[in-house]
Design a binder for this molecule. Structure first.
Ligand code: ATP
Ligand code: MG
Length: 564
């Protein structure tokens, strides 16, 4: 799925890319290096995709590299499974576009634990960090009040001794911390002597039992950026208040230039979903979805399984742009991007989701004819294929009604409809079972009305899809809708799930789909775009509806279909 999209060639412009371009123009930076720093405590979501496309995009556009660095400073929460899934998602998303810009991947903050500890000792020597014996609660309280604690003015030697003994494992969890000595009365709380190291006697998935003190995020992150030669350290807005600490650390250690610089942008929020690993984890653990890669999830793995492509995600990430203003992106913008790509690239096929049998009474029993069907009207080179037509067919039950509303142009008793690529048929008789359910429609065809026939140009308002019964193949089709019923599901979000977000139907498909390719997105005519699900097995096809053909929610919400 590496087909480049039309829009992808046009590199976007934003305040971060402008800063990068300026640094190159002035000669401040020769080689651009960015990084993507996920915490391996869950699967990546589409918000991370925005950050990946930005960081790799910059590397790609400016001939630089982008490192993936696992923020694994919290030994108790992280798992190797997540590291693997993160790397899989990153490769998938940037494949065929920026792989050459992939730097260290995966790297780990823990790769630098030795060097980080050396920096910590250096800060103590410079009188810029101290060992504090207050409890975590006292520390928080003093920082909130802007009050200096009793351990702030320990001597350098005493601090060096305590730090070494913390590292040697002499003290229990929480007994002491290493804190930066900055300014307890600073208006910015992050500068009120933040904790740099904490004691945590826990095994780490990369470093095992080597360490019992672990660096805090800000300390590890800033100095890992420096060690890796990161030029532009791009993060989301909530880190804006951390930037003075980022700069303080580089300055306090008197690190020689070039130093990294931090830039912040607004995170991606999308309506009708939740976008935090913590909440997504609850959906998974409570069994409210079928795993991290459930096609209803906003995870990259869920979006991929649903059938969306990396190229569509990249176009989406480019189109929404990078700003400093928090906002909510309408999921319709993502859906529009996907439809636009698939409309160009998807071969058309006929499939019937909820079959109802149709017998063409004036068509000879046992006769099968092969009709021509266009593969993709948007692609003149796409050619055509043959589809079988016979006396017994299936149409979708939604395309027939006995009690038609006004302007109903599909099939109804006594009236006509055109079967796509085939004949005009008229419904003569409705056969029902003992419960009154319609089980068969008996129709006659205008046998001169197919392409090339005498009445082929006869005007009929409705055209419906169909498949020939004896040649049709079975498929399980999973139809998805939004996971939540409200646009901004916060608070008690698990009570706001859409009970109709997944519907499974037993569909009938045209025979050519027997060889369906998992790399292809098919348009089932009039029904949407579909992708093979990995649950498919030889002889048992499973399709996911990636997306419908039109934005059905636009109508319900009384807004115009979104056209960004
Ligand atoms: P979450 O709150 O979902 O758990 P996080 O920020 O804790 O996300 P990290 O693994 O720490 O997740 O994030 C890795 C990178 O992805 C960070 O640089 C972060 O700023 C960025 N990122 C996370 N969420 C978003 C988002 N919604 N939009 C854009 N970038 C994001
Ligand atoms: Mg985080």
């Amino acid at each position: 799925m590496t087909t480049p999209s039309e829009n992808e060639s046009a590199a976007p412009s934003d305040f971060i890319r402008d800063a990068v371009a300026e640094d190159i123009r002035t000669g401040k930076r020769k080689q651009i290096c960015t990084r993507f720093p996920p915490e391996p405590n869950g699967y990546l979501h589409i918000g991370h995709a925005k950050a990946i496309c930005l960081n790799f995009g910059i590397a790609h556009e400016f001939g630089g590299v982008c490192n993936v660095r696992m923020d694994d400073t919290n030994p108790t929460k992280e798992e190797a499974e997540y590291v693997d899934s993160i790397m899989f998602d990153v490769h998938w998303l940037i494949d065929g576009w920026a792989n050459k810009n992939l730097g260290r991947a995966p790297g780990f903050a823990s790769d630098y634990f030795d060097q980080l500890y050396t920096y910590a000792v250096e800060l103590v020597r410079k009188g810029k960090a101290y060992v504090c014996d207050m409890t975590p609660e006292e520390t928080d309280e003093y920082r909130r009040l802007g009050k200096e604690g009793p351990f702030r003015n320990r001597s350098v030697d005493e601090n060096l001794d305590f730090l070494a003994r913390m590292k040697a494992g002499e003290f229990p969890d929480g007994a002491r911390t290493l804190r930066a000595k900055i300014d307890m009365s600073a208006p910015n709380v992050w500068l009120r002597d933040p904790v740099l190291y904490r004691i945590r006697h826990a095994e780490h998935h990369q470093t095992g039992n080597k360490w019992c003190i672990y660096p805090m995020y800000d300390f590890a992150h800033t100095l890992s950026d420096y060690i890796e030669g990161i030029t532009h350290s791009v993060c989301t807005l909530e880190f804006e208040v951390h930037r003075p600490l980022y700069e303080w650390l580089l300055e306090a250690l008197e690190l020689p230039a070039p130093r990294p610089h931090q830039y912040e942008f607004a995170r991606l929020n999308i309506n009708y979903t939740v976008m935090s690993k913590r909440k997504l984890m609850q959906l998974v653990n409570d069994g409210l979805v079928n795993g991290w890669d459930d096609p209803r999830m906003p995870t990259i793995s869920g979006i991929r399984r649903r059938g969306m492509t990396a190229s569509a995600l990249r176009v989406f990430a480019y189109n929404i742009g990078i700003t400093k203003y928090p906002s909510m992106t309408d999921v319709a913008v993502l859906e529009h991007t996907v439809r636009e790509e698939f409309n160009r690239t998807s071969p058309r096929r006929l499939a019937v989701l909820r079959p109802i049998k149709v017998v063409i009474t004036n068509y000879p029993e046992g006769q099968v004819e092969e009709l021509d069907a266009v593969n993709n009207p948007e692609d003149p080179a796409g050619g055509s294929r043959k589809i079988p037509f016979s006396r017994e067919l299936f149409i979708d039950s939604a395309d027939f009604t006995e009690t038609p509303p006004p302007k109903y142009f599909r099939l109804k008793p006594g009236s006509e409809v055109r079967l796509k690529y085939a004949y005009i048929i008229k419904c003569d008789e409705v056969v029902k079972d003992e419960n009154g359910e319609v089980i068969e429609l008996r129709c006659t065809a205008d046998l001169e009305s197919k392409s090339g026939g005498a009445t082929s140009s006869r005007k009929i308002k409705g055209t419906i899809h169909w498949v020939s019964a004896s040649q049709a193949i079975d498929a399980e089709v999973r139809l998805y809708d939004r996971l939540f019923t409200v646009a901004e599901p916060d608070g008690d979000f698990k009570t706001l799930l859409n009970p109709h977000s997944l519907e499974v139907v037993a569909a009938k498909c045209e025979p050519s789909l027997k060889d369906a390719d998992s790399n292809v997105r098919y348009q089932f005519e009039r029904l949407g775009y579909f992708a093979l699900d990995p649950d498919s097995q030889p002889g048992k096809l499973v399709f996911n509806r990636t997306i419908t053909l039109k934005d059905t929610w636009a109508k319900m919400e009384g807004r115009a279909p979104s056209r960004p």
